[in-house]
Write a protein that binds this ligand. Structure first.
Ligand code: SAM
Length: 230
């Protein structure tokens, strides 16, 4: 059982009021954009994906879970490394999950890789089922309680001493932050809100010990990569 510190929960709550009820809209929007989303991954996320992968300690033969696969670019990297292990993926959007599954099967045919449409807030995996969990750019889309639930779920499904690789949108560039706030106000279900600075305390409250913390910049887009042990 883990304890969430009050201040972490309160800080995220203060930032994220009004986020209840977004998951349905989030699912619809990401379903709509699934076909073109790889471009966004290429332009904004690829560099942080590579950094996360280089630090996450993933090797062949592991049981690995990616939470919120999007269109599957990171998922395929994981499957390529983990050809004789088992790689599972989940995404709230059925179109994203289907695309991830289809392309992984097509491009790495003999790998043990499965991606399903699953809500990260409550995942159908047993406790301690995975050696490593990877999650990139999801927490921005969740309300305060859902961030806590999802971190709790990722902690639950990791084996003791297993690693979480978490990638967030960085909050270290004021101009970018101002633009993101405008984008998030226009389409909150797609852009969400920046939460990066609140997450380390929430992770700590869930019993994650951060081992590595790195800022990554891809063009104008800042990310933060955190690697933590259960
Ligand atoms: C910003 S995209 C990031 C995709 C990918 N991880 C990447 O790094 O490019 C966020 C993804 O989270 C998924 N998502 C949103 N809420 C979710 C939830 N509650 N459970 C699982 N996936 C969710 C969306 O469908 C979308 O594919």
């Amino acid at each position: 059982m883990t304890t969430i510190t009050n201040s972490a929960a309160t800080e995220i709550k203060t930032e994220r009021t009004g986020f209840n009820g977004l998951p349905l809209r989030t699912r619809r929007i990401y379903d709509l954009v699934a076909g073109v989303y790889p471009l966004s991954t290429l332009l904004f996320h690829e560099k942080a994906h590579k950094v996360a992968l280089s630090l996450a300690g993933i090797s062949d033969g592991m049981k690995v879970l990616e939470v919120a696969t999007g269109s599957g670019e990171m998922f395929r990297r994981l499957v390529r490394i983990n050809r004789s292990g088992m790689t599972c993926g989940v995404d709230l959007s059925p179109n994203m999950a289907a695309r991830t599954q289809r392309l992984a099967r097509r491009r790495i045919p003999r790998a043990n890789a499965h991606c399903q449409a699953v809500d990260a807030r409550s995942m159908p995996f047993r406790d301690g089922a995975f050696d490593a969990v990877v999650c990139c750019y999801l927490l921005e889309l969740l309300g305060a309680d859902d961030i806590m639930n999802t971190l709790g779920e990722m902690h639950r499904v990791l084996r003791p001493n297993g690693r979480l690789a978490l990638v967030l949108i960085g909050q270290n560039m004021p101009v970018f932050n101002a633009m993101y706030k405008i984008a998030g106000g226009i389409a909150p279900a797609f852009w969400g809100r920046q939460v990066e600075t609140s997450i380390p305390e929430a992770m700590d409250g869930h019993g994650f010990a951060v081992e590595h913390d790195q800022k990554v910049q891809q063009g104008f887009y800042p990310s933060r990569v955190m690697i933590a042990r259960k």
